[in-house]
Design a protein around this ligand. Structure first.
Ligand SMILES: CC(C)(COP(=O)(O)OP(=O)(O)OC[C@H]1O[C@@H](n2cnc3c(N)ncnc32)[C@H](O)[C@@H]1OP(=O)(O)O)[C@@H](O)C(=O)NCCC(=O)NCCS
Length: 189
């Protein structure tokens, strides 16, 4: 598959690795800055993206706050109207056959998605994160590197689960919630 990458910062580098390792090609990218690391056609302005031939769009922007995560998706949905927006699953992530992954989700290297988990639209399940069985991750949420959502957990839309944090079994993080890096949700002390 040939794709158009929207945003070419740090998150985009990992996404591009995953695309390439899965045999896909970034044919075009759009970013205000030229990306020296990326050998593809450069489009500087969002407004010129509509001229790109009918390629699927892949969102290269990350986000680390609930507000940022919401803006990321709002911007992209507007830009990509009507385009295919595939989920990107790194070949070295492990996704249970009984899990469901919605369009536009990014599952990064070393992430584990276990049985019957649900991964919503435009989520980021970052490097080495674990989403245990029966958990639900709603649209636009970000599970940062090394974070763990234990069995039956629930992460609401656009919530940010910081690196190395743990969401305890059967517990919920509200939509637009923020869990600090290396902390427990809910807090137990
Ligand atoms: C909680 C934490 C942000 C505090 O660090 P800090 O340097 O004191 O951070 P600040 O208070 O300056 O806040 C940083 C941002 O987080 C946001 N933030 C912090 N606490 C928040 C909360 N409870 N709810 C919503 N947003 C929050 C701030 O609004 C700020 O956003 P802005 O940059 O858009 O203004 C930090 O400990 C943390 O856990 N960060 C998560 C890091 C991470 O996992 N990154 C993943 C990278 S892939």
């Amino acid at each position: 598959m040939r794709v158009c990458l929207v945003g070419a910062g740090g998150h985009a580098k990992v996404v591009t690795d995953g695309l390439r390792e899965a045999g896909h090609t970034v044919a075009v990218y759009c970013d205000p800055q030229k990306a020296d690391w990326l050998d593809a056609e450069w489009i500087e302005k969002d407004s010129d993206l509509q001229s790109v031939a009918d390629l699927p769009f892949v969102l290269g922007l990350g986000g680390v706050t609930p507000d940022g995560l919401l803006k990321r998706v709002t911007f992209f949905e507007k830009l990509a109207q009507g385009r295919e927006m595939p989920a990107i699953i790194h070949p070295r992530a492990m996704v249970s056959p009984s899990a469901t992954v919605e369009d536009g989700a990014h599952i990064m290297p070393g992430a584990i998605i276990n049985a019957e988990a649900h991964i919503g639209r435009f989520t980021i399940i970052n490097s080495g994160a674990i989403v245990e069985h029966d958990s639900v991750i709603e649209a636009g949420a970000h599970i940062a590197p090394g974070a763990i959502v234990l069995g039956g957990g629930y992460v609401g839309a656009y919530a940010m689960i910081g690196a190395g944090a743990v969401v305890l079994p059967q517990q919920a993080v509200r939509a637009h919630g923020f869990v600090r890096a290396a902390s427990l949700a809910p807090r137990t002390s």
